[in-house]
Design a protein around this ligand. Structure first.
Ligand SMILES: Cc1ncc(C[n+]2csc(CCOP(=O)(O)OP(=O)(O)O)c2C)c(N)n1
Length: 552
């Protein structure tokens, strides 16, 4: 085996190996040569080379999102590292493990006028779970070892981003065939997060309440949890609301929250106001449900999560610091069904909305909304569906998505800056087809995502090009100013040339017929990835959405 001669490089790589880090994304540079040489020559590492660090980090995020294991990132010194920040913040808020390893100059070369040098230590301190500042000094080896261990264990156990900064002095390219550090053995000393569950008080409240709302945010698919929630929903006093990204399905769950809530009157809101709100999973997309629960506060809000309990509705009363499945294992044994119309009323509304929804869409004009109606029905079973931010994720929540799809979206920080890269990363570690739906501004923003040698032939992009940030025509505010252009940022760009440059097959649709026609063969296996660009009328989209909500 070829190793870098740098002991610190060997040490960090041995730590990654010991803790079964498999995927390492490397961006080019000289200062990180000891890491590049070490990782790429290791038989247990799958190394990827991606130039743009922002894309590299989101690509890593996509892999970690799917594998649920940390992915390592390696970059050179200077601003290279700062380009990881958007993905680090997303990982921080989405509980996705990333191990950022940055090469640095030794301390005496910082802030003295050396090139490609910035203050790298603790640079992500507001959004990383641990910062290991390694010291290039033989006497610090024990401390370095300790730091590396904590960093890697933290990423794994607390599921989030950590940063390891390692200074390397020249020469940087020397190799050896000897391992100069001792073999590292992983230790599973689990950071204590388990709470002793004392459910009595809560179960008694639960069993006394006639209106209990369960709200499930972003969640990795979990059949066990889905079965538990289904069991819980057998109680007619329990109404389960799920988001598209929750990946939880059952006919008695309500998936289109906005559709349910939008037309409600004050009286109906009061009727829906729960006594107890039980939440689990990650970020909630629906703004309307946030507004509803902040205004019509439940008496009790309990959140289940091993790590955090966000007070999203300003009424959090208890945090069950356990895994949701472990919580329900205990809770379901004690919960008793309560006579109530709460669920029935919710499901009656769901049915009503579905009728109106179907009616409206049958005759809806070609627009973003109609595109979703057509596209979502065509995505092949068992695909991985990656969604862009802005109105893409919101439109998707208005539809009953095929239950066999697995859905993800970067909602940690809701950035438009790395959705394509994330989708490509995710597609690299799934055997299933990946379909990525994105808006145009998000797509062009992250167009460097396509500068990637690992894109699979079964990767598909559906780009809804409404000529700008369509969301700014819909949300209140921008249209009332005299500078809508600064919000919407209209343009006449097309993805055609990018597809040529990055060797995607390019398809185009400008109306419903063309869209249906193009989708017929779009998912068929070909020798190359494909992008379908759907042009929609920017000035009609917001109008259609308004008409849709009024029709509900
Ligand atoms: C990195 C980043 N910059 C700016 C924003 C603010 N922002 C939210 S949506 C949006 C426009 C998105 O447009 P597009 O991707 O075309 O989707 P559409 O609104 O048309 O659905 C912008 C700029 C953001 N979320 N993230």
């Amino acid at each position: 085996m070829i190793y870098s001669k740098k002991k610190l490089s060997q040490l960090v790589i041995e730590y990654c190996i010991a803790y079964q880090i498999e995927h390492v994304i490397i961006s080019p540079g000289s200062r990180n040569a000891p890491l590049t040489i070490g990782f790429t020559n290791h038989s247990q590492i799958k190394a990827y080379s991606i130039v743009d660090e922002r894309c590299a980090a989101f690509f890593a995020l996509g892999i970690a999102q799917q594998t649920q294991k940390p992915v390592a990132l390696v970059c050179t010194s200077g601003s290279a590292l700062l380009n990881y920040y958007p993905a680090v913040a997303e990982a921080f808020y989405s509980d996705i493990p990333l191990i950022v390893i940055s090469a640095d100059r030794p301390k005496h070369l910082i802030d003295i006028g050396d090139g490609q040098t910035i203050r790298q230590e603790n640079v992500f301190k507001n959004h990383s779970l641990y910062n290991a500042n390694i010291v290039d000094d033989e006497r610090s080896m024990n401390e370095n070892t300790k730091q590396l261990k904590i960093a890697v264990q933290t990423a794994i156990q607390k599921k989030g981003p950590v940063h390891i900064n390692i200074p390397f002095d020249e020469p940087l390219y020397e190799t050896t065939n000897k391992l100069l550090v001792k073999n590292i053995v992983s230790e599973n000393n689990i950071i204590e997060t388990k709470q002793i569950l004392n459910l009595e008080e809560y179960v008694s409240l639960w069993n006394d309440s006639k209106k209990k709302l369960v709200l499930v945010g972003a969640h990795f698919p979990n059949k066990n949890l889905q079965a538990q929630l289904t069991e819980l929903a057998k109680d007619e006093s329990v109404l389960v609301l799920t988001e598209t990204t929750s990946n939880m399905h059952h006919p008695s769950f309500i998936i289109s929250i906005d559709k349910l809530i939008f037309p409600l009157t004050d009286k109906e809101f009061k009727k829906l106001q729960p006594d107890i709100l039980l939440t689990l999973g990650g970020m909630i997309v629906s703004k309307k449900v946030k507004q509803f629960l902040r205004r019509y506060k439940p008496k009790h809000h309990w959140h289940i999560d091993v790590k955090n309990a966000l007070d999203t509705y300003h009424c959090l009363t208890h945090h069950f610091r356990v895994k949701d499945t472990a919580f329900f294992d205990n809770f379901l044994e004690l919960a008793k069904p309560v006579k109530s119309d709460y669920q029935k009323d919710g499901l009656t509304l769901k049915l009503k909305r579905k009728e109106k929804h179907d009616q409206f869409l049958t005759s809806a004009e070609f627009s973003d909304l109609k595109v979703f109606d057509v596209v979502l029905d065509t995505i092949p079973n068992n695909s991985l569906l990656q969604l862009g931010n802005s109105s893409i994720i919101r439109y998707s929540q208005l539809f009953d998505i095929n239950n066999s799809l697995i859905v993800f979206c970067n909602r940690g920080t809701s950035g438009i800056d790395g959705s394509t890269s994330t989708a490509i990363g995710a597609s690299c570690v799934t055997n299933n087809r990946t379909v990525f739906i994105t808006g145009d501004i998000s797509f062009f923003y992250d167009s460097n995502a396509l500068w990637n040698n690992y894109i699979k032939n079964n990767f598909r992009i559906i780009l809804i090009n409404n000529g700008g940030g369509g969301i700014f025509r819909f949300i209140p505010g921008p249209s009332s100013t005299n500078v809508l252009n600064y919000f919407e940022t209209p343009h006449h760009l097309s993805a055609k040339q990018l597809c040529e440059m990055f060797q995607f097959e390019y398809c185009i649709a400008k109306n419903e017929n063309e869209l249906k026609q193009e989708l017929r063969n779009f998912y068929q296996d070909e020798n190359t990835a494909k992008l379908l660009e759907v042009f929609t009328p920017s000035t009609l989209n917001d109008e259609m959405l308004k008409r849709y909500f009024n029709a509900l």
